[in-house]
Design a protein around this ligand. Sequence first.
Ligand code: BDR
Ligand code: CA
Length: 307
Amino acid sequence: PTPIIIDTDPGQDDAIAIWLAIAAREVIAIDCITAVAGNVPVAQTTANVIRILDCAGRSDLPVHRGAEAPLVVALETAEFVCGPDGLDGSGLPPPSRDADPGHAVEAIIARLRAAPAGLTLCPLGPLTNLALAMRLAPDILPKIERIVLMGGAIGLGNITPAAEFNMHVDPHAAAVVLGCGRPIVMMGLGVTLKAIATHEQIARFATLGTATGRSIHGMLTRPRPGGLGTAGHPMHDACVIAYLLWPELFAGRDCFVSVATEDGPLRGRTTIDWNGRLKRPANAHVIAEVEAHELFERMTGLLATLP
Ligand code: BDR
Ligand code: CA
């Protein structure tokens, strides 16, 4: 199995991504999970990771608490999207334990150094922990097999007209990661807004008869004042794990990608040189298409195997 580190800010779609990775144990080996501030503050995202693992019977996986705030700008959270505790509707009980000792950034560095053949990094939130690890210990760079991240947008943003949430929250960290020179696969809104779980597909989670199924159903059907602006529920972060499992369901292009770091209406905007106008070397494989129906069939099949 491919060894990965999941860096995350749960977040409902983060929870689904983590459960998908756990369910795919024949293909993916989760080395550890690191939490970062994003959808909610880091004390809560850390607790949420443990709640998610408890529910799936994997409380044994190492969990490390990470950065409290972005590198430069103040933290902006998204309780209006994910509820006050980040996992609104999940019905998950409080965490069974505390995080493991050691900061997430130290854990990322140590685990990469210790991995003989390197690790794949799967960031599902703001890129603060990854950027700090790269700056503190550049020797880890060759050990990063690849980075498959959720963030950015080819078209419109979601948290602002211009920017996707993860890029907007810590644009300086995003700039460090985009410039790191390692292979990057970018799952931005250009594809994740095509990975919409329909109401029929969401309803199926309630019939699985499992704790994770009930939790997914609860999170995806809870009332949302104002709605999401989409017909079903986008599976942003789950696309990262799905790409590791079924890359044949996705299509994209190698592009040069930059991110706006200056404060103002463009902050966190990713500029994706889809047509190679800038003649700059590509730094990311930008995914733009997904076979959504098949994706959900396969995802539901795997998630159904969890407790
Ligand atoms: C991203 O923002 C978060 O709220 C989601 O978990 C996802 O990582 C989508 O823009
Ligand atoms: Ca997330």
